[in-house]
Ligand binder design. Structure first.
Ligand SMILES: Cc1cc2nc3c(=O)[nH]c(=O)nc-3n(C[C@H](O)[C@H](O)[C@H](O)COP(=O)(O)O)c2cc1C
Length: 180
């Protein structure tokens, strides 16, 4: 049993991270979820709490606060981190070392040895942008494993490369990084 910190950005593909949270929980892992504030406008953290039986939050201020410094506690708690879905904006913020919300602050507080997976999800034109490629290359250089998106239908009505990888594949990558 491992501690999985699941971080979710504001992509329509966030519905798939509910399935991922369920799969990881059923595999016996403790899964705590952190959503960006924008992601929490798409889906309520409470749903992740119901799926995982563990805390989920989008801020460490106010009523969602769990302790004196949630970002440090979450970072210390995590055996592995999965960012799924990772929006273009979130990838840029992580690559840039920004820490303006609970997701990015927790990621910045991670010890160097903690394995970290990042699963981009976005429109194919967005994914093909040099700026996005630059940010993802930076993240790989910084020790992130990037799970390539799939090709196919997207919610915007287009088809192309940018669909979030399937939860089964992401869960397998988590197990592989945990050495399972
Ligand atoms: C319904 C909806 C779906 C979206 N899907 C995506 C997406 O799949 N990928 C992406 O990069 N941005 C997407 N966006 C735009 C992001 O939500 C926006 O860039 C946001 O600021 C990213 O927030 P985050 O960095 O906290 O994830 C979407 C916006 C909306 C309203």
């Amino acid at each position: 049993m491992s501690h999985v910190l699941l971080c979710a950005g504001a992509s329509v593909a966030i519905y798939k991270s509910c399935d991922l949270a369920s799969k990881l929980t059923q595999a016996g892992h403790a899964v705590r979820t952190v959503l960006t504030p924008t992601a929490a406008r798409l889906i309520d953290p409470q749903l992740f709490e119901a799926i995982t039986g563990e805390p989920a939050a989008s801020t460490e201020f106010g009523v969602e606060r769990r302790g004196p410094m949630d970002h440090i506690d979450l970072a210390r708690w995590a055996d592995i981190v999965v960012v799924a879905p990772c929006s273009a904006d979130l990838a840029g913020r992580i690559a840039g070392g920004l820490a303006g919300d609970l997701v990015t602050t927790s990621l910045l507080a991670l010890e160097p040895g903690v394995p970290r997976l990042l699963c981009p999800a976005m429109n194919s034109v967005m994914f093909a942008q040099p700026a996005v490629a630059r940010n993802l290359a930076q993240l790989v250089g910084d020790g992130w494993t990037v799970v390539e998106p799939d090709e196919g239908h997207m919610a915007c009505g287009e088809a192309g490369l940018g669909r979030l990888a399937e939860p089964t594949e992401i869960a397998e990558r988590v197990e592989a990084l945990l050495g399972g």
